[in-house]
Design a protein around this ligand. Sequence first.
Ligand code: ADE
Length: 224
Amino acid sequence: MVRVPTKLVTWDEIVEWSMGLAETIKRRGFKPDIVIAVSRGGYVPARLICDFLLVDNLISLQSQHWTEAAKVAEKALIKFPYKVDLSGLRALLVDDIVDTGDTLILAKDFIASEWNPKDLKIAALQWISPVAKIKPDFYYIEVKEWIWFQYPWTRHEDTTQFIKRILLEKKEIKREWSYNEIKTEFEESYGIFVGDAYFKLALNTLVELGILEKKNDVFVIKMT
Ligand code: ADE
């Protein structure tokens, strides 16, 4: 059963999408003096945009969701609100995806008020139009139905989380799993194939985190 609609994004697609995004920015006549990556998702696209548009200046700003302890609601925050003077510069804020848009809105407002650029535009590889509170100035793909994009830069993190979710959900009915059983369950649940290297890495991580225990050839869910 597929729980979360998920699409595996390859490195080749990232290059293709970033090239397409850079092409759009160029065609529309925007020439950034500086690129600002929204950390962490915007790092790789921002670096590629710098390459395709031949921009030397690249900085970043970490704007991300954090879950307040014991609260379901998530709040966006600027993690390291440092000061930099961008007066006289045309800035391009780059992120991987505009989902709700909360983190991007926060980053944009922070930069506009604290860093004072001459111009500030937003570019994203993907824009989930039905849920986003903001439309980026430039985007490459409009996503019409929400889906989780498994980007290459979160492959280990996502795989670890996905395996953890599947196993903990079943811990009352099945505690001992072989490698192949976990893999089959993962692929049936998420419909993606992350490859053995990532899969083994994620399982090792779950062992290191104390969630799984490896006994001979089986993984046992630790009861806490
Ligand atoms: N980050 C925020 N929303 C996302 C999504 N739908 N897919 C991948 N990464 C995301």
